[in-house]
Design a protein around this ligand. Structure first.
Ligand code: AMP
Length: 128
């Protein structure tokens, strides 16, 4: 089921191409539900992206349309990746941008994991 009001999934997006193996990624984890790889433009000492295997545009699409097994499998993978990267002792941040106001650039649902330093404010101050 696709959520009304959201754009259709674009199978040419860069993360779809990574999932199909058409372009390389620095993979850190893969299972039936998720693929995790290093962000190409890291914003922290550790900056990893976790994406579901299924074709979901955004968090809105994923939470409305994915099966319970896909949702559970995906979020377990996010936790495992952070744990395996050694981030639990120091802490980390997870973040998902959704849509235009959220600043989403790649239209395949993904979660960022940031760690390895103090990440700072939760949301930057708005421009004056
Ligand atoms: P977002 O603004 O949440 O859509 O973030 C998209 C992220 O994908 C950015 O942090 C980019 O640096 C990252 N990105 C774009 N292309 C690639 C790629 N080929 N491999 C890894 N990360 C990428």
């Amino acid at each position: 089921m696709r959520v009304t009001g959201l754009p259709p999934y674009d199978p040419t997006n860069v993360f779809a191409r990574i999932l199909r193996g058409e372009i390389p990624s620095k993979k850190v984890h893969e299972d039936d539900f998720a693929l995790a790889f290093h962000d190409i433009n890291p914003q922290a000492p550790v900056h990893v992206l976790v994406i579901p295997k299924g074709a979901y545009c955004s968090h809105a699409d994923f939470t409305a349309s994915a099966t319970d097994a896909e949702i559970a499998g995906f979020w377990r993978a996010v936790g495992k990746v952070a744990r395996d990267l050694g981030l639990e002792a120091g802490g980390y941040r997870i973040l998902s941008n959704m849509g235009e106001d959220g600043g989403q650039e790649v239209p395949h649902f993904h979660v960022h994991i940031f760690g390895g330093r103090r990440i700072g404010r939760m949301v930057p101050r708005a421009e004056a």
